[in-house]
Design a protein. Structure first.
Length: 379
């Protein structure tokens, strides 16, 4: 019996070490703290109001952003995507006297989820997109909106009251990925130090930069910082080396505090990282087996000063991944495909507020926003 106890005593340290390593590998926990945790706030946003006694609802929500000055949440949606049992398009009226009418395409909510105001295209001098796509609120409060229909080759800039300020590009034919004056179905945009960075897009295969005040062209680049090409590409194949060109769509651009630019190459299942001048630094591949619509739909950086984490929205698989920013290692994930609170049906966009809470927008038949409150862990 003493011999058995002695053998067990010799085995226990090795067994404990193996279990510890296995646990760490499964959790993927980084040194210095647990992975950030999130819970869905099922009461956010507050119920949408009525217009002349008729309930207002969202169509496909194709963009979401947080105003950095006050934490208000802005969304852009597609009024034309209301369903036939909600809106009678032929008669141009609600199906019943109670339901439904579309929310204004651009809508502002306070931090508690209360609808504050909304607006759409009024006035002249600009081309409103046929299919709304992407919204951004810059540090001065300006509202930037794009579109991704064929022929939506422009980005618009407005005040928060909906007053038109500027248009970059124009509706109509594209001029390709090396044009210095025209866009190609731009997907999203951000402003950093007076420069507008555009994920361009569903038609073009590049990042392009403009002066945010004047709209003047400054520079552009494709995958790996090279000159983009519009030559036909083979379908994505996870068994092949990564493509040397961006696929379509180039779906997001995000600037870190240290001025590294993160670009969503959606259907190639990767994030590429550049300096603001366009010098390629590294790439992170995400859920590489994903086909169809790709795994990298949007991403934001965590709100801690070091921005240790990337939160990546995967519309195809209905998940948000938590990656370590330094090397792209996946540390955690949450969400699943579905229509219940905390689940996703084509999660399309992400936004983050100053407290680290996440906001999501869904297209397809999701047609909603959700809020995820950050709990403990990570920083």
């Amino acid at each position: 019996m003493n011999t058995v106890y002695a053998a067990l005593a010799r085995m226990l340290p090795a067994l404990f070490a193996a279990l510890t390593l296995s646990s760490c590998a499964q959790m993927g926990a980084p040194a210095g703290g647990a992975v950030p945790e999130f819970r869905v706030d099922a009461a956010w946003p507050q119920p949408l109001g009525e217009k002349d006694g008729v309930q207002m609802i969202f169509g496909q929500v194709a963009g979401i952003a947080v105003d950095p000055r006050n934490g208000h949440v802005w969304a852009v949606h597609r009024p034309a995507t209301l369903l036939p049992d909600e809106w009678d398009a032929k008669a141009s009226k609600p199906v019943t006297h109670r339901c439904c009418v579309a929310m204004p395409p651009v809508a502002e909510f306070d931090a508690q989820g209360k609808f504050l105001r909304g607006w759409g295209p009024t006035g002249t001098g600009f081309d409103w997109p046929k299919v709304e796509h992407g919204i951004y609120i810059d540090g001065e409060g300006n509202v930037w909106v794009g579109g991704n229909a064929v022929g939506d080759n422009q980005i618009l800039k407005f005040t928060q009251d909906g007053k038109f300020l500027m248009q970059i590009g124009k509706a109509g034919p594209t001029e390709g990925s090396n044009s210095t004056r025209q866009l190609g179905q731009p997907a999203n945009m951000i402003v950093s130090r007076g420069e507008l960075f555009v994920a361009d897009g569903y038609g073009n295969r590049r990042v392009v930069v403009f002066d945010a005040a004047t709209g003047a062209y400054k520079r552009h680049w494709g995958a790996y910082g090279a000159r983009p090409s519009d030559d036909k590409l083979p379908a994505y194949d996870p068994a092949q080396p990564p493509a040397r060109q961006f696929g379509n769509p180039v779906h997001c651009v995000r600037m870190a505090n240290d001025e590294l630019l993160y670009v969503c190459d959606r259907t190639n299942n990767r994030i590429q990282v550049f300096t603001r001048a366009g010098e390629f630094k590294q790439e992170f591949r995400v859920e590489v087996q994903t086909l169809a619509n790709g795994s990298v739909w949007d991403m934001v950086l965590s709100h801690d000063p070091a921005q240790k984490y990337l939160y990546v929205a995967d519309g195809a698989n209905g998940r948000i991944y938590i990656l370590r920013r330094s090397d792209g290692q996946q540390l955690g994930q949450f969400g699943r495909t579905g229509r219940m609170a905390g689940e996703f049906k084509w999660i399309h966009n992400l936004a983050i507020d100053g407290d680290g809470n996440l906001y999501t927008a869904e297209v397809g038949f999701g047609r909603r926003m959700q809020r995820f409150v950050r709990g403990g862990g990570g920083f």
